[in-house]
Design a protein around this ligand. Structure first.
Ligand code: RUB
Length: 370
């Protein structure tokens, strides 16, 4: 079978992964910014390799997790083996393995649902062959990546209209190209504004415990020549209060891992505290997320599954101990910002105000999944 993903995914700009004749290449984000390490998974070990990469945060960020899982299935499927029934059965087992990796970002499940639907439709046709199923899986993976890339571009255009020349924007975690299949979500908005000639600067929260802000946002901003100032998470309220060396922080732009029907928003731990501080200082707080991040099956934030990660992520940093080795730890990877603290949502379909129910008024999730 030819490799239809190659043209889509191999290119010069920053990408978290690409597929070629050797397999799926993943940039190990744990090594950034010190090293650019690419892990290559051939079709034999690609599912377990990508599952562990998602669990270990070698690839992370809500849309990118979906893309990595999709491409893992595509890499496996493009060399069909066994009978149709056994091939489909193996694909289902691989789907189940990938679903067990991380629970909070809904984009993973959106991607896997789309691929499962394409797989089952192809397998259910009269005279179906393994090759047809393989093509359907590869096409569905390609479509997920295409849709996410286009969504990033559109969110950038809509969100850039919110920003003025000279604005300073605060953000948390990492929402750039490495977290998506395109230019990014919240950081993508900054990129689009700067491309439009606006001098927009970023304040990046370091994002304890795994420092995605310090390691990835600071790095990607520098790479893209976006002025960036790094602060620790605990400095956010004071920065909003005093401004950054005399420049007021104009707004917060953050990503999301899952947005409930009422607008409650799960995102990296620390987002809620930032939203509270923004509300106190009357600074607008916008969530930038593709419609694949809206989950209309979740009525509110309490229904969003929150991943809890290993205690050692908090007790140590980059392998060096920070605390007594046996101190008790609670390590939720995400928090939920109540909808009442969200000024609005930037989606690829435009801006939704806080009052609008994202799932109902835009029906984005439903439409995106059809
Ligand atoms: C990533 C994180 C990002 C969201 C949104 O957490 O919280 O802010 O995924 O990303 P982790 P995006 O590093 O634990 O995966 O804005 O790209 O959707």
């Amino acid at each position: 079978m030819s490799d239809p993903l190659r043209a889509l995914l191999v290119r010069d700009d920053l990408r978290p992964f690409f597929l070629d004749g050797h397999g799926l290449h993943l940039l190990d984000q744990r090594d950034l910014p010190a090293h650019e390490t690419w892990r290559v998974f051939g079709d034999g070990g690609v599912i377990e390799g990508v599952a562990r990469s998602i669990e270990g945060l070698a690839v992370r960020g809500a849309p990118a997790i979906g893309g990595a899982a999709a491409l893992a299935l595509a890499a496996f499927a493009r060399r069909p083996r066994g009978t149709l029934a056994s091939f489909v059965d193996t694909l289902k087992q691989h789907d189940a393995r990938l679903r067990r990796t991380r629970p909070t970002a809904v984009n993973l499940f959106v991607a896997l649902d789309a691929i499962a639907a394409a797989r089952d439709a192809a397998a259910g046709r009269a005279d179906a062959r393994s090759d047809d199923v393989a093509v359907a899986v590869v096409d569905a993976a390609e479509a997920y990546c295409h849709v996410d890339e286009a969504a990033c571009t559109a969110m950038g255009a809509h969100g850039a209209a919110l920003l003025d020349d000279g604005d300073v924007v605060v953000t948390v975690c990492h929402t750039g190209a490495l977290a998506t299949c395109g230019q990014g979500t919240a950081l993508g908005v900054v990129k689009s504004a700067r491309k439009a000639g606006k001098d927009v600067a970023v304040v990046a929260l370091e994002t304890r415990p795994l420092l995605q802000g310090a390691r990835l946002t600071a790095w990607e901003c520098q790479r893209d020549r976006i002025p960036v100032t790094l602060i620790t998470d605990g400095m956010a309220a004071f920065a909003l209060n005093r401004g950054l060396r005399g420049r007021r922080i104009a707004r917060a732009l953050v990503g999301a891992d899952r947005i409930a029907r009422n607008g409650d928003t799960a995102n990296k731990i620390g987002t809620f505290a930032l939203a509270v501080a923004c509300a106190h200082h009357d600074v607008p707080f916008h969530v930038v997320a593709p419609t694949t991040t809206f989950d209309e099956t979740c009525p509110d934030g309490h229904a969003i599954p929150i991943e809890e990660r290993a205690a050692d992520e908090v007790r140590s940093a980059r392998g060096a101990p920070l605390s007594p080795v046996d101190v008790g730890v609670w390590n939720p990877a995400f928090d939920v910002t109540p909808a009442s603290l969200v000024t609005g949502f930037v989606t690829e379909r435009g801006l939704l105000s806080r009052g609008a129910s994202p799932a109902r008024s835009a029906s984005p999730a439903a439409a995106a999944r059809r």
